[in-house]
Design a protein around this ligand. Structure first.
Ligand code: TXA
Ligand code: MG
Length: 337
């Protein structure tokens, strides 16, 4: 049953009651808010796909309390997968492993593998500790839109679809988890850049990752679809040292109709000298800190998306550390770059 005014609060007992009745509860994680249901019940999981209008070929991540639960849901756990989970959980790491039959096919969209992660947010960790099933949860946004990093973001877009929103405040990391697949015996693959940087993971594994994040034809992680995480306002991504002039901006075709377009401009660091076409200038961070930039990314785009700009122009950030995941999300959110 749907209710139009989903309640927001911190009532774990109420959240459990809803989840045990196969309902949907939005949960805070350190990365983004998730739209959670009992991962072991197809009847509950189907509601996630309906609420998000998510295609059923896009598999979900199963959230568990910690490594002690891994063997219940994964049939095979290679040593390196176990080592990585030990080192980085709870945290923004998802590992893909052969699935145990207890996980319904709907959760994994028919794949023989399952994506598993142990989130770090304390409220959700308490919740997982009180449940006797794991939670399937994609990001709690309509399919293709920006991921939510505050409880209000979920309420704005999915209020009529969820039974409860567990309020854990703003998300600390702000970017989804890094996804590592152990399915191909010959190599360990990074399917999505995210909250843990590649070098951190390679150091723990003592080996290089192979990176497969740009296949849009056959997305084994549809977070890999070329356009995803997108605002409604046209978004143009540019390099910091190649900021376009007005004629170039017009050549992209987003501004034809408006004589005096309202344009938002986003840099990594606040600027005193924005380009003359910029109506307003914003910054991802106060001083270039990429962690802060990641934490603000989706929330700033979402705020600007609600302010009637004709165009948002955002600069790429330096492509190191978390900058790679930030640029990845920017290019998927972009209408043109
Ligand atoms: O940080 C996160 O991972 C957040 C929070 C809520 O935990 N969740 C999240 O879920 O980003 P979602 O559904 O928006 O993205 C999950 C990605 C999808 O692109 C999906 O295709 C991929 O994980 N995935 C899930 N199961 C998979 C599998 N068995 N093999 C390969 N990719 C898989
Ligand atoms: Mg998502």
């Amino acid at each position: 049953m749907q209710n139009d005014t989903a309640t927001i609060g911190r009532d774990l007992e109420f959240a459990i009651e809803k989840l045990e009745a196969n309902g949907l509860v939005a949960i805070p994680t350190e990365t983004v808010y998730g739209l959670a249901a009992n991962a072991l019940e197809a009847e509950a999981v189907v509601k996630i796909f309906e609420a998000k209008k998510r295609p059923s070929f896009d598999p979900l991540i199963v959230h568990i309390k910690g490594t002690e639960d891994l063997a219940k849901y994964a049939k095979v756990i290679p040593d390196q997968a176990g080592r990585l989970a030990q080192a980085l959980w709870p945290g923004p790491l998802t590992i893909v492993l052969p699935k145990h039959s207890i996980i319904p096919d709907l959760t994994t969209s028919g794949l023989d593998s399952v994506a598993i992660r142990s989130p770090r947010h304390s409220l959700t960790r308490q919740l997982l500790g009180m449940l006797d099933f794991p939670l399937a949860a994609p990001s709690a946004n309509p399919f293709g839109y920006l991921s939510p990093t505050r409880p209000e973001h979920v309420a704005d877009q999915l209020a009529g679809e969820v039974d409860y929103i567990l309020d854990g405040g703003p998300c600390e990391v702000g970017l989804e988890s890094t996804i590592i697949s152990f399915i191909d015996p010959g190599k360990i693959e990074m399917l999505r850049a995210g909250g843990y940087v590649r070098e951190e993971i390679e150091e723990i594994l003592g080996t290089q990752l192979s990176v497969r994040t740009h296949s849009s034809s056959n997305p084994s992680a549809p977070g890999m679809l070329a356009q995803h995480y997108a605002p409604r306002t046209p978004l143009l991504i540019v390099d910091a040292d190649e900021v376009p002039d007005m004629n170039t901006l017009r050549s992209f075709g987003f501004l034809e109709k408006s004589k005096n377009p309202k344009i938002a401009y986003i840099k990594l660091i606040p600027t005193q000298n924005p380009p003359e076409w910029a109506t307003d200038a914003f910054a991802w961070s106060d001083d270039g800190n990429l962690r802060q930039a990641a934490a603000r990314l989706f929330a700033l785009l979402r705020t600007l998306d609600g302010q009637n700009y004709d165009l948002i122009v955002a600069e790429r950030v330096p492509p190191r550390g978390l900058g790679l995941a930030i640029n990845d999300r920017l290019s998927r959110a972009a209408h043109q770059s």
